[in-house]
Design a binder for this molecule. Structure first.
Ligand code: IPM
Ligand code: MG
Length: 363
């Protein structure tokens, strides 16, 4: 099992190191190959997604990704900014289906800014289309530096578009995921204003006819944003476009107490996948040893389940994380009175210890 390890920028480096430690105690013979990506790759090679990094990712069975970005790159030409690395990986590997589960761990009910009753037992799955929409339309008015300066411009625009096959394939993914869960899908759109999303709604409705066992409802994105904080447990599988999915998945992540807890999987048609925490590079806390590595560690569990067909190892990681939380260890983002505050590394060590213990009991 060949895994491309791309830590990236900011806290990406620290959290991926902990996830790698966890992989190394699984006895699964991973072949891990590290490469630079994002700002780190720009510094070393002048490009956020060097050919060698892209090739490594393409040839791997799965990619473990940290995070990219730093405000210090905000003035670079857009094609050179760190974010282009993750967008380029998604596009080049055809990773169109992004799974962002929002699960509230019992132990963290108190860490959410919502009332415990609203989020206790929360388990929703946001399925975000990842290679279309306004993210990959035609941009205009790009800031291209001329002699190191950005000439003024009077307008800029991006185009939102989806093709039928793009909507169909993500709809199939959502309905099939729902068949394994509570058989309900909410499709989020803005059909009341945007043609792209009227089309989205029509195509999702058509595909739903092939899944008579799954109930489909439609919701406008503004209402969905409201319902997510009003009554989040009413949702089960949510399917939406690239930009709405970006926004709603951050919102859903925070329902669970901390975005530092949420993993994600981005899959292509061959089940090859890129696995990354749902959060970003957080340059403000980078290098301080306080970032929560659990989202990345849980992303490894998703990798084992979806790309590497090792469901038992995935379960082991998830129960190790639960055990560690139950023992009261918390990084700063999920810390509450009465807990034991730990660093990024201590959290990783604790998960490793919990895993080694399970092996011994089993063995
Ligand atoms: C995410 C991030 C990315 C996105 C950025 C870093 C390009 O916010 O994965 O949600 O907008 O998709
Ligand atoms: Mg985002």
């Amino acid at each position: 099992m060949k895994i491309a390890v791309l830590p990236g920028d900011g806290i990406g480096v620290e959290i991926v190191a902990e996830a790698v430690k966890v992989m190394q105690v699984l006895d699964l013979h991973f072949e891990l190959e590290h490469a630079l990506v994002g700002g780190a790759a720009y510094e070393a090679h002048g490009h956020p997604l060097p050919e060698s990094t892209l090739k490594l990712a393409k040839d791997a069975d799965a990619v473990l990704f940290g995070a990219v970005g730093d405000w210090k790159y905000d003035t670079l030409d857009r094609p050179l900014r760190p974010e282009q690395a993750i967008l380029g990986l998604r596009k080049n590997l055809g990773l169109f289906a992004n799974f962002r589960p929002a699960i509230c761990y019992e132990e963290l009910v108190g860490a959410s800014s919502l009332k415990p009753a609203l989020i206790a037992g929360l388990d929703i799955l946001i399925i975000r289309e990842l290679t279309g929409d306004i993210y990959f339309g035609q941009p205009r008015g790009r800031r291209i530096a001329v002699d190191g300066h950005f000439p003024g411009s009077e307008e800029a625009f991006d185009t939102m578009r989806y093709s039928r096959p793009e909507i169909e394939r993500i709809a199939h993914v959502a309905f099939q995921a729902a068949q394994k869960r509570s058989k309900r899908v909410t499709s989020v759109d803005k059909a009341n204003v945007l043609e792209t999303f009227q089309f989205w709604k029509d195509v999702v409705t058509e595909v739903s006819q092939q899944y008579p066992d799954v109930a489909l409802d439609h919701m406008y994105v503004d209402n969905a944003a409201m319902q997510l904080v009003k009554a989040p447990k009413k949702f089960d599988v949510v399917v939406t476009g690239n930009m709405f999915g970006d926004i709603l998945s951050d919102e859903a992540a925070m329902l669970t107490g901390s975005i530092g807890m949420l993993p994600s999987a981005s899959l292509n048609a061959q089940q090859q996948g890129l696995y990354e925490p749902s959060h970003g590079s957080a340059p403000d806390i980078a290098g301080k040893g306080i970032a929560n590595p659990l989202a990345t560690i849980l992303s490894v569990a998703m990798m084992l389940r979806y790309s590497l067909h090792q469901p038992l190892a995935a379960n082991r990681i998830e129960s190790a994380v639960k055990q560690v939380l139950a023992s009261g260890l918390r990084t700063t983002d999920i810390y509450a009175d009465g807990n034991t505050r730990v660093s990024t590394r201590q959290m990783g060590d604790a998960v490793v210890a919990a895993l080694t213990k399970t092996t011994i009991t089993k063995g």
